[in-house]
Write a protein that binds this ligand. Structure first.
Ligand code: ZN
Length: 219
């Protein structure tokens, strides 16, 4: 018998389903996650950097801050157990699983001028516009207000003399990072379109994000 109570149970079950989002290499996607949920980002093919941002779902002026997180962690790098802070110094996300341990929080999103000025390729797809499009699916926001990204799987080692570089990620197909969500957020993910210099193996590939109520066990 389909009672109102049963209908409510079915709705609750639907809410409990994991939400999965595929995004092609070089493109962007947005999604929402609630406090208490988990966000998993998976490098499906390997060697792909994914620029990632999040803003407070209830205040688009608050967003992830790489510079404040670096100050909080006293480190250029982040890993399991670390909390990523907002520009208001509030905890937004906590790393709870990380199968690769190589990410970047120092390099800005590639943008139109990165390609037009530095490489002479106007109109190239870029992470900034991808992230802006992803966030804009849920919240009107000026492109200048898109937070600086955390670049998941991006390999930006510190090299001799304290200089930094960007080389291809060591991630293999299926490597992933899982965040515990500490604030209702709108997220955006851009598997970087960079195909001119190393950073994605010169071939952008697809990624997947999962929003779930539990840490995925087999991803
Ligand atoms: Zn990029």
């Amino acid at each position: 018998m389909l009672t109102n109570q049963n209908i409510q149970t079915i709705r609750d079950m639907n809410v409990l389903d994991d939400q999965k989002y595929f995004v092609d290499g070089g493109f962007g996607i947005g999604f929402v996650a609630k406090s208490g949920q988990y966000v998993t980002i998976i490098d499906l093919k390997g060697a792909q950097a994914g620029d990632f941002v999040a803003i407070n779902q209830n205040d688009p002026n608050e967003g992830l801050s790489a510079v404040r997180t670096r100050r909080h962690l006293r480190s250029l790098f982040f890993g399991v157990g670390d909390t990523l802070l907002s520009n208001h110094d509030n905890p937004m996300l906590k790393v709870v699983v990380d199968t690769i341990g190589v990410h970047d929080s120092t390099v800005p999103a590639c943008d139109p001028t990165r390609y037009s000025v530095d490489f002479g390729v106007p109109g190239h797809r870029n992470c900034l516009e991808n992230l802006h499009e992803g966030l804009s699916e849920y919240q009107e926001i000026d492109i200048l207000d898109v937070p600086e990204p955390f670049n998941l799987f991006q390999n930006s080692p510190v090299v001799d003399g304290g200089r930094t570089g960007v080389v291809n990620p060591p991630s293999k197909a299926g490597d992933h990072i899982v965040f515990e969500v500490l604030m209702d957020v709108i997220c955006a993910l851009s598997p970087c379109p960079q195909d001119i210099i190393p950073g994605n193996g010169l071939c952008p590939t697809e990624m997947k994000s999962i929003v779930s109520n539990h840490i995925p066990s087999n991803e």
